[in-house]
Write a protein that binds this ligand. Structure first.
Ligand code: SF4
Ligand code: SF4
Length: 140
């Protein structure tokens, strides 16, 4: 049994010895992650109805939502924060969202030096992403 595992291991090592070497030039070149990678969250704010289902679904109490009423007495989202330091990126909240407003994304450079910065204001993030996209359009 020991011999079989050793031969298998050596076989894998041998295979990699003769494979073409790949050097990734990160951070100059960003790796393309598999499309199903879950490493960040995105809230499409206009689609969110502030129903709170995502917050109730989350096993780690990551999501905090506040809402108010507009002039037509319709519920509107006033605040949406995620404490991403506690987030498992399990995707339960995104699956539960009836409006398809919440998504996981492949964005992965989320490291911070200060713990408080792990608390994401998703409405601010949405606005920042929207203005970045606008800038991109303006620059060509
Ligand atoms: S991905 Fe999982 S842990 Fe993170 S907010 Fe959603 S349900 Fe909670
Ligand atoms: S479940 Fe969807 S629509 Fe409801 S509060 Fe969460 S993100 Fe918004």
């Amino acid at each position: 049994m020991f011999g079989k595992g050793l031969i298998k291991g050596l076989g894998i090592t041998g295979k990699h010895l003769f494979n073409r070497k790949v050097t990734e030039f990160y951070p100059e070149q960003k790796p393309v992650l598999p499309p199903r990678t879950r490493s960040s969250m995105y809230l499409d704010v206009p689609k969110c109805t502030a129903c709170g289902i995502c917050a109730n679904t989350c096993p780690n109490n990551v999501i905090t939502i506040t809402s108010g009423k507009d002039e037509n007495n319709k519920r509107v989202l006033t605040g949406y924060t995620m404490d991403t330091g506690r987030c498992l990126f399990c995707g339960l909240c995104t699956e539960a969202c009836p409006s398809k407003a919440l998504h996981t994304t492949t964005e992965f450079e989320n490291a911070v030096y200060v713990k408080d910065e792990l608390l994401w204001d998703m409405m601010k993030k949405y606005k920042a992403d929207a203005s970045k996209q606008e800038e991109g359009k303006d620059n060509g």
